[in-house]
Design a protein around this ligand. Structure first.
Ligand code: TEU
Ligand code: CA
Length: 562
């Protein structure tokens, strides 16, 4: 496997709206990010993935872009961006931009033109269709959008519908139009010339749709667009073209957000020699359990989690590259979901989850606040939601009477994207030091106990544990390049694996990673091959010798043998 900087890097995701407010308007901004770069340098990360900072009417918090080459007013100016980029580079931190080109905002100039008339030069930049049977009262097909409701919006001006797989303010671009591809590639080149270090590509495996757009299989209220819009017919051609025309010309990293991919498809998207993307960012391990669609309060099964994560480790080994993450801006907080956020277990289980993930193969992503062990928010009512997906879903499932509030509430609060979007907790002053005004979304009330100031000062904190994991990755190539092997496949409590570098010969290096996913004490027997091994990191005070260890709840440790 080729060695590259992005395989060895640790990435930190910033959701700018919630990271740090510099000018007291309650909204995070670019100057706020710049002011916290020293904190990130101290943590030890190499790359920042910046969620969208472009001009946007904020129907979906910046994932609806109205100008790809301008900065959102609330976040600052292009000069602020240039300053942030320069200050990051000064600290050897790279900046990866979010690239959202499956769709634009309906307020993008292209769409404003497109909807004007059937013969407008931009008409074909988007996906327009007549209503079914030319009947304007029925959408072209039965697809549902990701954010509830139909995936088609009727536009009276031309008596036709446009496709939007996300909100109706996010019309899908027509990638089959060569002009669309040329415009996107030019825009990407413009950012590369500015000196940015890569792209995280939003739902990039959804840009190619089939020519016909037939009804999908119905589940719930709408039909599924999946077979016609995800991993579509021309996707690999378009990515290869993008690679040839833009990506291959720069030393940048690319990560494709790819919902619904198999490991077979990932080998194509992110293969060593396929000339598409560097790595995928896939969701199989965070998609377990479905109750009301994605809304569920079920605890994920460890057996299933191990199966999924191990399959990705094994199938991609030597041929393709994956991202490692528990959290991002679309997911609930990991410690609440996969760990245990009760006071006595939060710290241990946050460290255990970090160990489990950061010792695997792939590029690790830390989502802002995860390094502090931030938890889900205690929502009290639907009025607390800011996220369009949560707001619409509550209406479609509950207000419209398909399920009772009592049944639905625990499910939506367990999964709401707003769990990840509450402000970063910097200190124990008002609004957790995020802002001096009223924040756009409420601060989690636990900020007095959980905050960056307290954790950077305490060498036993979750923060310092992450710092140590990052440092270990830099020191031990086995963490980046070693081969993975799952042990104790059938254990319902323990996630145990080995990593091996340089085969079985005398120069072999081995890691043993042991993670307890239970709030009970358990027992584990250290394999003989790890007799006399060194403990690289652990979330308890244990001394690990030969043979049996009695494990505390959520205990984690890593042994190294060479
Ligand atoms: O997300 C796409 C995606 O597949 C989901 O994670 C989605 O956000 C949702 O959870 C579906 O149930 C990307 C962005 O990460 C997300 O923030 C945007 O809202 C979305 O695309 C549209 O741009
Ligand atoms: Ca601000």
């Amino acid at each position: 496997m080729k060695k590259t900087w992005w395989k060895e890097a640790v990435i930190y995701q910033i959701y700018p709206r919630s990271f740090m407010d510099s000018n007291g308007d309650g909204i995070g901004d670019l100057k706020g990010i710049t002011s916290r770069l020293d904190y990130l340098k101290y943590l030890g990360i190499d790359v920042i993935w910046l969620s969208p900072i472009y001009q946007s009417p904020n129907d979906d918090n910046g994932y609806d872009i109205s100008d790809y080459q301008a900065i959102m007013d609330e976040f600052g100016t292009m000069a602020d961006f240039d300053e942030m980029l320069a200050e990051a580079h000064k600290r050897n931190i790279k900046i990866v931009m979010d690239l959202v080109v499956n769709h634009t905002s309906d307020e993008h100039q292209w769409f404003i033109e497109s909807r004007k008339s059937k013969d407008n030069a931009y008409r074909d930049y988007y996906i327009w269709r007549e209503g079914k049977n030319k009947d304007a009262s029925t959408p072209p097909n039965n697809w549902g959008s990701c954010f509830s409701g139909p995936a088609w919006e009727y536009d009276a001006q031309t008596n036709m519908y446009y496709l939007h797989l996300f909100s109706k303010k996010q019309p899908d671009l027509n990638w089959d139009n060569p002009n669309v591809r040329a415009e996107v590639f030019d825009m990407m080149t413009w950012w590369c010339e500015k000196g940015i270090d890569g792209f995280r590509m939003d739902v990039i495996n959804m840009i190619s749709k089939t020519k016909d757009l037939p009804d999908g299989e119905v589940s719930g209220l709408y039909g599924d667009y999946g077979p016609y819009a995800v991993n579509g017919p021309n996707i690999h051609n378009y990515l290869k073209e993008m690679n040839e025309k833009v990506l291959s010309k720069y030393d940048i990293m690319t990560v494709g957000e790819t919902p619904d991919v198999t490991t077979e498809l990932a080998k194509q998207y992110a293969g060593e020699d396929t000339h598409e993307l560097n790595m995928v960012f896939q969701f199989e391990h965070v998609s377990m359990g479905q109750k009301y669609g994605k809304w569920t309060d079920e605890k994920p099964s460890l057996l299933e989690l191990k199966k999924i994560m191990s399959r990705w480790q094994t199938d991609l080994y030597g041929v393709a590259w994956n991202s490692l993450f528990w959290d991002n801006h679309d997911q609930p907080r990991a410690v609440s979901r996969f760990g245990d956020d009760r006071a006595q277990y939060r710290d241990a289980s946050a460290k255990m989850l970090a160990t489990c993930l950061h010792m695997m193969q792939g590029t690790p992503y830390i989502y802002q606040g995860e390094e502090l062990g931030m938890t889900n928010y205690p929502f009290e009512s639907p009025q607390d939601f800011r996220d369009i997906e949560s707001i619409n879903a509550y209406k479609e499932w509950c207000t419209d009477g398909r399920v009772s509030h009592a049944d639905f509430w625990p499910c939506i609060t367990s999964r709401s994207r707003d769990n990840a979007r509450t402000p970063v907790q910097w200190d124990d002053t008002a609004q957790a030091g995020f802002t001096t005004a009223a924040p756009w979304i409420a601060v989690n009330p636990n900020y007095k106990e959980i905050n960056a100031k307290a954790e950077t000062a305490d060498e036993h904190s979750v923060f310092h544990y992450y710092k140590k994991l990052i440092a270990l990755r830099k020191k031990y190539p086995v963490i980046v390049y070693g081969k993975y092997e799952l042990l104790l496949e059938d254990s319902k409590d323990l996630f145990v694996y080995i990593r091996t570098l340089n085969g079985d010969g005398a120069s072999a290096e081995k890691l043993l990673v042991v993670c307890s996913f239970t709030d009970q004490e358990t027992e584990f027997t250290v394999p003989d091959a790890f007799d006399g091994a060194v403990c690289l990191i652990s979330n308890t005070e244990h001394a690990y010798g030969k043979g049996k260890v009695r494990l505390k709840p959520y205990e984690a440790f890593v042994l190294y043998q060479n």
